[in-house]
Write a protein that binds this ligand. Structure first.
Ligand code: ADP
Ligand code: MG
Length: 265
């Protein structure tokens, strides 16, 4: 439980130092990422935002983030005016959201695009914030390899810092409010990019085993994409009805099991 802007928020990041590396030998995991979503208090979701609100929010986000220091220090890059090749490289390298997502379009979430959209990141691109893609903010920590502990600690550090600077929409029962109901609650998605060639030889079997550990399998470029070069994005499926720590731990424990199975095949 935490007191944020005078509101009691049921948030529990747990003992961040108890989370370790899911693949210390670097045999299976290519990269690790943990993200959470946040909505800015006083603003509606995408379908109801005006163009002026988009601009105002981008300004608030970029000026607020410019106050971050240390490892979180970085630069805000608006999508408006970004060179196409720069944008595409950021997407291909898994740092930036894709453009023209048909599900977001169908949900009326892409009005006035690219106005008000942007990305903030530190120099190493280990800490990133998406502005006004699906959620007002997506706070992201990621790096190469399987050190989930380091990635999680950075995410917690960042979310805690940003929460002090921007008031976010939170509901006593639903948790943090997000545009997609599947993200309500903790909003945490902890994922690895992983190669499990033996287990994944049978995609159905991979899905089945993942489901047993409450994990979700996505393609290499995220939701609604296919695996490329045998690389899968595997993450915790549950975000509601458990704590932030438990969501990450669920992914941690499940990935260890998948690796155990892969080794036994
Ligand atoms: P989300 O909406 O949960 O943030 P998406 O499925 O929309 O995630 O994917 C967003 C981007 O994040 C994609 O480019 C995807 O490849 C990338 N991504 C997700 N997990 C990882 C990971 N563990 N390592 C590197 N990139 C990742
Ligand atoms: Mg997404």
């Amino acid at each position: 439980m935490a007191l944020i802007h005078g509101i009691t928020v049921f948030q529990d990041f747990g003992d961040v130092n108890s989370v370790g590396n899911v693949d210390p030998e670097g045999q299976f995991v290519i990269s690790t990422r943990v993200r959470c979503g946040r909505s800015m208090e006083g603003y509606p979701f995408n379908p109801c935002l005006t163009e002026a609100q988009y601009k105002e929010m981008e300004e608030k986000v970029s000026s607020t983030l410019s106050g971050l220091e240390g490892e979180l220090k970085g630069t805000f890059y608006p999508l408006t005016g970004m060179a196409k090749d720069v944008q595409q490289k950021l997407i291909d390298d898994h740092f930036l959201f894709k453009e023209g997502d048909r599900f977001l379009q169908a949900a009326n979430a892409c009005r006035f695009w690219p106005t008000g959209r942007g990305i903030y990141h530190n120099n190493d691109k280990t800490f990133l914030v998406w502005c006004n893609e699906e959620d007002h903010l997506r706070i992201i920590s990621m790096q190469m390899g399987g050190d989930l502990g380091q990635v999680y600690r950075r995410l917690v550090n960042a979310a805690t810092d940003i929460e002090k600077r921007i008031p976010f929409s939170h509901h006593d029962r639903l948790g943090f409010l997000t545009f997609c109901p599947t993200n309500l609650g903790t909003t945490i998605r902890a994922s690895v990019h992983i190669k499990l060639p033996k287990l994944a030889a049978d995609k159905k079997k991979l899905e089945e085993v993942a489901a047993k550990y409450s994990l979700q399998v996505r393609g290499t470029r995220g939701e609604h994409t296919e695996a490329e070069g045998g690389i899968y994005d595997i993450s915790n499926k549950r975000r509601m009805g458990l704590t932030e720590y438990e969501a990450v731990k669920e992914m941690h424990d499940g990935i260890l099991e998948l690796i155990k199975i892969e080794k036994s095949l």
